[in-house]
Unconditional design. Structure first.
Length: 457
C-alpha cells in the first residue's frame, strides 16, 4: 500500500487542507474535524483503496483504515501541514461541535499513541505472572525484577507519557509538558510524603499543599496540560522571539508545577477516583447487568466511535488497583463478533462472504480489531448484529457473575489472554468459559440468522 498516494486521495476528497480544522487517529481510524462536511462524498471516500468504511459520529469524520493507520497519518499530516494556509490544531470551529464531542476527540487523540505500549506491557505482565505461578520464574531472581520493571514502567511513568500526548492534542510544548509530568514523580517530591502517603501536607510560600502520589495516574496530568496550553499560547503570542527560548520554559515550569501540585493535581486525583469508584460501585451492585450492557453494547459504542470515553476508566483502574472488571466485557464483545463470523462462514455458500468472515475471525483473534467485520458485515445485517449483541451480553453476564478481571489494559484477542492471569487461578478459567459462551452463542445465532444465499451487501 502506498500511503502517500492514499493520503493525497483522501485529502482531495475531504475538501483539502483548508477544510480540516483538526485531525488525529486511534487504533484503526483516521479522525478528522471538517469545517464543511456537506462537500464530502462518502462513496468517493469509501472507494479509495485502503479505506474500509466511513463513519460520521461524535463530531468527527472517521475513516476506518486498520492497524496501519499511523503510517497513513504520518503521510497525511505532512500533506496538510505542508499547506501554510491550513491551521489544523485547536481551530475555533471545534467549540461549535459541543463539549461532549470535544471530549471524545481529545480522549482518542491523547490515548491512541500509547495503546501499543499499554497493550504490550500488559501482556508481558501477564506472562511474567504466569511464569511465576508455573514455577518457571522466581520472584527473588534478577530476571523477574528486570521483566517486572519492563512490564510496569509504562504505568509508573504514565504522567510523563500522557503529558506529551496531551500537549500535542491541546497545542502546548510536548517537551515542557513532559517536564511538568516528570516533576510529579520526581523522587524528592515523593519523599515529601514520608510514611503518610496520600494526604500528607507541606507548604509552598506558606500556601498549604496536599501531597499525592501521581505515578500511574491519568486525570491530573491531562487537566494540568490542558490548563498549561492556555498559558503556553499566551506566552508564545506575547514574548518576543529572541526571548522565547528562555522565558517560555522558565515561566511555564515555574508556574505550572506549583499550580499542579497545589490545585490541579489533587482535583484530578479525587475526580478520577470518584469516577472509577462510581463505575466499580455499579459493577459491585450488579455485575451481571453491567456484563450484559457492556458485553452486548460495546460493539454499538465502537460503531459510533465513542468507546474511547470508557478506556480512561479502565486504564485508571489498572494503574490504581492493578485490575479491572470492564476489560473482560470488551473481550466478550470481540469473541461474539468472532462467533457470528463463524456462523456465517459455516452457513453461507457465497465464497466472497465466507472468505470475508474467515478473514475477520483471524484478524480479531490475532489483533482484536473488530471494525472491518463490524462495518463490513454486521452493521449491514441487523439480524447478524443482533446475534453478536446477544452473544456478547450472555458471555458478559457470566464474566460479571464470576467477577472476572484483567490485570492489564488490553484489547480482546487470543494473543492477550495472559491479561487474565492473576493471583486467583480460577480467574483465567472463568474467563475462558465466559469467552467460549460468547463465541458459541453468537455462532449458533449467526448460523441460524444467515441464509445460504447470504452475500456481502
Amino acid at each position: 500500500m502506498d500511503y502517500k498516494i492514499m493520503a493525497k486521495e483522501i485529502l482531495q476528497e475531504v475538501g483539502g487542507a483548508e477544510n480540516i480544522s483538526n485531525m488525529t487517529y486511534c487504533a484503526t481510524r483516521l479522525r478528522l474535524k471538517l469545517k464543511d462536511q456537506t462537500i464530502v462524498d462518502d462513496e468517493k471516500v469509501k472507494n479509495i483503496e485502503g479505506v474500509v468504511n466511513v463513519v460520521n459520529k461524535a463530531g468527527q469524520y472517521q475513516l476506518l483504515i486498520g492497524t496501519e493507520v499511523p503510517k497513513l497519518y504520518d503521510e497525511f499530516e505532512d500533506l496538510v501541514k505542508g499547506d501554510s494556509d491550513a491551521k489544523v490544531e485547536n481551530d475555533s470551529s471545534e467549540q461549535s461541535n459541543g463539549i461532549i464531542n470535544s471530549i471524545f476527540s481529545a480522549i482518542s487523540a491523547i490515548f491512541a499513541p500509547l495503546l501499543p505500549a499499554l497493550a504490550g506491557s500488559g501482556v508481558l505482565r501477564g506472562l511474567v505472572i504466569l511464569c511465576v505461578q508455573l514455577g518457571l520464574l522466581s520472584e527473588e531472581s534478577g530476571t523477574y525484577a528486570i521483566l517486572n520493571v519492563a512490564s510496569m514502567t509504562v504505568f509508573y511513568f504514565l504522567p510523563v507519557l500522557l503529558a506529551f500526548t496531551s500537549a500535542r492534542r491541546f497545542g502546548a510544548s510536548p517537551y515542557i509538558s513532559a517536564i511538568i509530568g516528570a516533576s510529579l514523580i520526581h523522587p524528592e517530591f515523593i519523599d515529601l510524603m514520608g510514611d503518610i502517603g496520600n494526604g500528607a501536607t507541606t507548604e509552598f510560600f506558606n500556601i498549604p499543599v496536599v501531597l499525592m502520589n501521581y505515578n500511574s495516574t491519568v486525570v491530573p496530568i491531562i487537566l494540568s496540560i490542558w490548563a498549561f496550553s492556555y498559558l503556553y499560547k499566551f506566552l508564545d503570542n506575547h514574548v518576543t522571539e529572541n526571548l522565547k527560548l528562555v522565558v517560555i520554559p522558565l515561566v511555564s515550569i515555574a508556574i505550572m508545577v506549583p499550580l499542579t501540585v497545589i490545585v490541579i493535581g489533587p482535583i484530578g486525583v479525587y475526580s478520577g477516583e470518584f469516577i472509577a469508584n462510581v463505575v466499580n460501585w455499579l459493577i459491585e451492585r450488579s455485575s451481571i447487568l453491567t456484563g450484559v450492557l457492556v458485553g452486548g453494547g460495546w460493539s454499538v459504542l465502537v460503531s459510533l466511535g465513542i468507546h474511547w470515553a470508557v478506556n480512561p476508566i479502565m486504564i485508571n483502574n489498572i494503574s490504581t488497583y492493578g485490575f479491572d472488571y470492564i476489560v473482560p466485557f470488551t473481550f466478550a464483545c470481540n469473541f461474539a463478533v468472532i462467533g457470528t463470523a463463524f456462523g456465517v462462514y459455516f452457513k453461507a455458500k457465497d465464497k466472497k462472504i465466507r472468505g470475508f468472515s474467515l478473514t475477520g475471525v483471524v484478524t480479531i483473534a490475532l489483533s482484536a480489531i473488530i471494525e472491518p467485520t463490524l462495518f463490513g458485515m454486521l452493521v449491514k445485517n441487523k439480524k447478524l448484529f443482533l446475534a453478536q449483541i446477544i452473544g456478547g451480553a450472555v458471555g458478559g453476564a457470566y464474566l460479571g457473575l464470576m467477577n472476572v478481571v484483567t490485570t492489564a489494559f488490553v484489547f480482546g484477542s487470543v494473543t492477550t489472554f495472559p491479561a487474565f492471569v492473576s493471583d486467583q487461578t480460577s480467574n483465567f478459567v472463568h474467563a475462558m468459559i465466559g469467552l467460549a459462551i460468547s463465541l458459541v452463542v453468537s455462532a449458533i445465532l449467526g448460523f441460524i440468522f444467515t441464509s445460504k444465499e447470504e452475500k456481502l451487501a
